[in-house]
Each structure stands twice: as structure tokens, then as C-alpha cells.
Design a protein around this ligand. Structure first.
Ligand code: ADP
Ligand code: ADP
Length: 225
């Protein structure tokens, strides 16, 4: 589903954020990306989401080689990906419903279909009763769940999350991770960047660790980093 082959990324500053990184994520797999701040985790996610382009190497998403993709093909690939950010990036002057509806409105879905899909997504994250609220009235954990509902409302086959529990206490963090596991169980391929080693180890999933842009470990256990 996701394949990095000898990917390097050098930013315009000259900083080499990733160095010849190779790994593969199968369809339906759930994995964590870990490593110190600056290790390259966000860069990996931004490359998959086509927010950045690699400097070298080949990157495949769902059988499509992104390094060869035409400009016209980019929106098609982006629609296959739901992305969740640490700071959730919600619109605070809009209701929960409108925030979750946004990707569907942009994609031009009909009105009735939007209502159905938004409520299905809110139901999955347990926020159906809060659709009229403004995000500011919600707790941090609820705000993150709105961000997740927005990411899954298009039913993308791939979910990416960048430090989704960075601002949450351990119990809420575990709940959020449980939600990702739920989406994974219904077939979503999930990749989560996190430096919370206790939390990700408890999930018992594959862990890909980066150090200074290099692949350090890839397996089911955390070692000293
Ligand atoms: P992580 O998510 O593991 O903290 P990042 O992928 O955000 O790591 O960053 C990896 C390295 O690349 C860091 O040293 C960071 O400062 C640098 N970096 C990230 N984005 C940019 C950018 N747009 N321009 C220049 N350097 C960047
Ligand atoms: P995170 O790792 O939590 O995603 P970062 O602080 O690494 O966030 O990056 C936030 C934004 O700042 C990104 O868009 C990234 O490209 C940019 N950025 C990060 N490090 C640098 C840097 N050294 N120079 C320029 N831009 C950077």
C-alpha cells in the first residue's frame, strides 16, 4: 500500500531530513513511526500525503509511483489519504458538523450524502450528540476526535496521524489509539508518528524507528533509542 524505496529528502535549507529510507506497509497494516524530535517522522508523513516531494528515491502509494505522477493525478492520491495533526487544525468559528463536512464539501458531494456521511463519522468517534457545538466547547480529546472524524469522512484507505496524542493525558491517548485500531480493523492502513514509547508499545503493533533520518529499527518491539 505504501512503499518507500531509498527515499532521501533534502529541504531547501540543505538539511537532509531522510536518508535512503526504505520500508513497506501492506494494505490493512497498522504501524507506528517513532524517533526523537527531528528524526524525520513528519517528513515521512508529509511525503506520503504529497505535501512534500522526495529529493531522491521512489515512493509508491496504492501501486502508483508518486515520483512519476502527473499534476492531474495528485488530487486522486490525496483523496486516498486521511491526515490527523497534533493540533487538529479545526476551524474554531465553525460547528463540529461543518468541520467534519469540509472535505466532502470541497469534493462536491451532494447535500444529503454529506449529512449521512458526517453523522456516520461522528458516530464512529462517539460525538454524534455534539454536532452543533463549536470546537472551543469541547475537551482536548473530543477536539482530536473531531479531527479524526474529518480525516475518515471520505473513507480513505490510508490514515496518517502526526503525534495525535501529543497534547493528551495517558488515558485519553489510549482511547485515541483504540480508535485508530478500530479503523484498522475495518481495513484502513494506518501509520502513526509518535514518540510516546509506552503507549505505542502497549499497542503491540509494528514499530518503525528513525534516527537522524535513517531507519534504525523495524519490528514489534521498542529498543533503546
Ligand atoms: P520529526 O517529525 O521526527 O520531529 P521532521 O520530519 O519534522 O521530524 O523534521 C526532520 C528534520 O528536518 C528536522 O531537523 C527539521 O528541522 C527539518 N525540517 C523539517 N521540515 C523542514 C523544512 N520545511 N525546511 C527545512 N528543514 C525542515
Ligand atoms: P511536527 O514535527 O510537530 O509536525 P515541526 O515543528 O517539525 O512539526 O514542523 C512544523 C512546520 O514547520 C512544518 O511545515 C515544517 O515543514 C516546518 N519546519 C520544521 N522544521 C523546519 C526548519 N528547520 N526550517 C524550516 N521549516 C521547518
Amino acid at each position: 500500500m505504501i512503499r518507500f524505496s531509498e527515499i532521501s529528502k533534502r529541504y531547501e535549507s540543505g538539511h537532509e531530513a531522510l536518508r535512503r529510507l526504505s520500508f513497506e506497509l501492506q494494505e490493512g497494516e497498522m504501524a507506528f513511526l517513532t524517533g526523537h524530535s527531528g528524526a524525520g517522522k513528519s517528513t515521512v508523513l508529509r511525503l506520503i500525503a504529497l505535501m512534500e516531494r522526495p529529493t531522491q528515491g521512489q515512493l509508491w502509494i496504492g501501486g502508483q509511483n508518486l515520483t512519476r505522477i502527473h499534476r492531474r493525478g495528485i488530487p486522486y492520491v490525496r483523496r486516498q489519504i486521511g491526515m490527523i495533526f497534533q493540533d487538529h487544525r479545526l476551524l474554531f468559528d465553525r460547528s463540529v458538523f461543518d468541520n467534519v463536512a469540509l472535505p466532502l464539501v470541497i469534493a462536491g458531494f451532494p447535500h444529503r450524502e454529506i449529512g449521512k456521511r458526517v453523522r456516520a463519522a461522528l458516530d464512529m468517534v462517539g460525538l454524534l450528540s455534539k454536532e452543533k457545538n463549536k470546537p472551543i466547547m469541547l475537551s482536548g480529546g473530543e477536539q482530536q476526535r473531531v479531527g479524526i472524524a474529518r480525516a475518515v469522512v471520505n473513507r480513505p484507505p490510508i490514515l496518517l496521524a502526526d503525534e495525535p496524542t501529543g497534547n493528551l493525558d495517558p488515558q485519553l491517548s489510549a482511547e485515541i489509539m483504540g480508535l485508530f485500531a478500530k479503523f484498522n480493523q475495518v481495513g484502513c492502513t494506518v501509520l502513526i508518528a509518535s514518540h510516546d514509547l509506552d503507549l505505542i508499545e502497549a499497542m503491540g503493533k509494528r514499530i518503525i524507528s528513525l534516527k537522524n533520518g535513517l531507519l534504525q529499527r523495524d519490528g514489534a518491539e521498542v529498543f533503546d533509542v
